[in-house]
Design a protein around this ligand. Structure first.
Ligand SMILES: [Zn+2]
Length: 467
C-alpha cells in the first residue's frame, strides 16, 4: 500500500506538523512529524485513525475546526448523507463569499443512515481539516422536533438549530364561521401566549401590514392563530431549551414550517414573525412553505411569475422585521428561482440542500461501477412507493425506465431524469442498508471524481447567491 500526503491539510502546532494522508483506496489517515511530544502523547493509541477522539483533540487545538453561528450572512447548507462530500463542497464555496453549513443532517436522515450528530460533525470536520478551510462554517441540527433531539446536537457542538413545529400546526376548515373559530380556541393556552384573545385581535386591528392589499380581519387572525398558535408556543419552548443548553454561547436559530400541508400565506408569515418577536424569540432564519412545489432533487414546479410576486411579498415582510434570513428548504436543484429569492431578500438568505450530494455520489457510481449502480437503481425503483412516504415527490414508477432497457452508457443519464432521480433521492436509507458498504468503497476510490462533480454541481447552486 502506498500513502500520499495531502499537502493542504498540513498544520503546525508547537513544532509538530499534522497532516492527512490518503492510501490507494482513498482512505484517510492522520499523521505527524516533528518533535513535540505533547501532541503525540495525546493522539489516541489508534494513532492514525480519523477517530472521534482525535477529531475532538484537533477541535480543541485548532479553533477553525469548530463550527460557529453565521448570523445574517448569505449562507448555504450542504447536507452530506455519506460523510464524504465536504472536500467537494469546499471547492465550490472557496472564493464565493457564501458562508457554508458543512455539517447538516435532520434527525430523520440520521435515523435512515444510522449516523449520530457527532459522526456527522466529525465527518464534516475531517473534510475541513483535509482542505485547510479556515473560514467560519456552521453546523445545523435540522428539523428538530423536541428537547431530546436538541440535546444530542448541542452535545455534539452544533451551533445552528432548526426547529420544526410541524406536529403542532393545525388545519382549519376554510368554511368555519367566526364563532366556530373562537370556539375551537377555547383550549388554547393564552397564558403561555402571554396575551388574551381580545387584546390580540385589537393589536392586529391597529397593525398595518407592510404589503399592499394584505389586510387582516379578525377572521384572518383567528385562522392564523389556530393554524400556528400551538406551533409558535412549541417554538418558544424549544427556544428556551436551546438557550438554556447553550448557556451563554451564541447560536443560530431557524424555524421551519415548510413541511405543512398548505403554503404559508403572506399574512401568516407576518403573524408568525410578529408573534415570535412579541414572545422574545430571536431567530436567524425562517422557512415558510412557498406556493408551487418544492420537490426533492428537482427544479421548482409552478408558475414563475406567480412565485415571484408572492416571494416579493414575503420579502417585504422579512424586510419589515429586518432581522432574519429566508431559508429555502428542499432547496437543491431549484435553479429557476434562486435569483428571484436572492435579489428580493437582499441576499439575506439561507439555501438548504440535503440529498443532492448523495445523488452526485450515485453519478460517480453510474460512471465507474455500472453493475452496482444498476442494482441500486433497480432496487430504488421497486422501493420507491414505500420510501416516498414523508417526502414531497411526484415521480411515477411507470415513468422510470426499466434497468434492463438501458446500456451502461445510458446509466449516468438517469441522474438527470425527473422520475429516476426522485426515486434514487428518497430511497437512500434502504439503499445504504443494502449496498452501503460496497457503495462507500467505490466512492472512496473515486474521491477526486466525486470532489470534481460536487464542485460543478454546487457552483451552479451558489452562482445566483454570490454578490
Ligand atoms: Zn425542510
Amino acid at each position: 500500500m502506498t500513502y500520499q500526503k495531502i499537502e493542504k491539510s498540513t498544520v503546525s502546532l508547537d513544532g509538530t506538523d499534522l497532516s492527512l494522508w490518503k492510501d490507494e483506496n482513498g482512505d484517510r489517515f492522520l499523521s505527524y512529524s516533528g518533535n513535540s511530544m505533547e501532541l503525540r502523547d495525546q493522539i489516541n493509541p489508534g494513532i492514525f485513525a480519523l477517530s472521534s477522539s482525535n477529531a475532538a483533540l484537533l477541535r480543541e487545538k485548532f479553533t477553525w475546526l469548530n463550527p460557529q453561528p453565521l448570523g445574517l450572512q448569505t449562507s448555504a447548507g450542504t447536507g452530506d448523507r455519506l460523510g464524504l462530500a465536504t472536500s467537494g463542497h469546499i471547492l465550490a464555496f472557496e472564493g464565493s463569499g457564501i458562508a457554508p453549513v458543512f455539517a447538516q443532517q435532520s434527525v430523520r436522515e440520521n435515523i435512515r443512515t444510522h449516523r449520530t450528530p457527532q459522526q456527522v460533525m466529525d465527518d464534516a470536520m475531517w473534510g475541513i481539516f483535509e482542505m485547510g478551510w479556515k473560514l467560519p462554517w456552521g453546523a445545523d441540527g435540522d428539523h428538530l422536533k423536541n428537547s431530546e433531539d436538541i440535546k444530542s446536537f448541542v452535545d455534539a457542538g452544533y451551533t445552528f438549530f432548526t426547529i420544526d413545529p410541524g406536529a403542532y400546526v393545525c388545519n382549519v376548515d376554510p368554511e368555519s364561521s367566526e364563532a366556530k373559530l373562537k370556539e375551537s380556541l377555547k383550549e388554547f393556552d393564552f397564558e403561555a401566549f402571554q396575551i388574551s384573545l381580545e387584546s390580540l385581535l385589537i393589536s392586529y386591528n391597529t397593525t398595518k401590514i407592510p404589503v399592499e392589499n394584505i389586510h387582516c380581519s379578525d377572521y384572518d387572525v383567528l385562522t392564523a392563530l389556530i393554524k400556528y398558535g400551538k406551533a409558535i408556543l412549541h417554538v418558544k419552548e424549544m427556544y428556551s431549551d436551546v438557550s438554556q443548553r447553550m448557556a451563554s454561547k451564541p447560536f443560530d436559530f431557524e424555524v421551519s414550517v415548510d413541511e405543512t400541508d398548505w403554503p404559508t400565506s403572506v399574512f401568516e408569515h407576518f403573524f408568525i414573525a410578529n408573534e415570535m418577536s412579541r414572545l422574545g424569540i430571536q431567530w436567524t432564519s425562517l422557512a415558510p412553505r412557498f406556493i408551487g412545489r418544492f420537490e426533492k432533487g428537482v427544479d421548482y414546479i409552478g408558475e414563475l411569475c406567480r412565485f415571484e410576486t408572492e416571494y416579493k411579498n414575503h420579502a417585504a415582510i422579512q424586510k419589515y422585521f429586518g432581522n432574519y434570513k429566508i431559508s429555502l428548504h428542499s432547496g437543491s436543484d431549484k435553479f429557476s428561482i434562486y435569483r428571484i429569492c436572492a435579489i428580493n431578500s437582499d441576499y439575506k438568505i439561507h439555501l438548504k440542500t440535503a440529498g443532492t450530494s448523495y445523488l452526485e455520489a450515485l453519478r460517480v457510481l453510474a460512471a465507474t461501477e455500472p453493475k452496482l449502480f444498476r442494482e441500486i437503481y433497480a432496487f430504488s425503483r421497486k422501493q420507491y412507493e414505500i420510501d416516498k412516504v414523508s417526502y414531497h415527490v411526484s415521480a411515477e414508477f411507470a415513468k422510470m425506465r426499466a434497468p434492463e432497457d438501458l446500456s451502461d452508457d445510458q446509466l449516468p443519464d438517469l441522474l438527470n431524469d425527473f422520475h429516476a432521480r426522485q426515486a434514487l433521492h428518497v430511497c437512500f436509507g434502504s439503499v445504504l442498508d443494502h449496498f452501503g458498504k460496497e457503495f462507500l468503497v467505490i466512492l472512496k476510490k473515486n474521491r477526486d471524481l466525486y470532489d470534481a462533480q460536487i464542485k460543478t454541481h454546487f457552483d451552479r447552486h451558489l452562482a445566483d447567491f454570490i454578490h
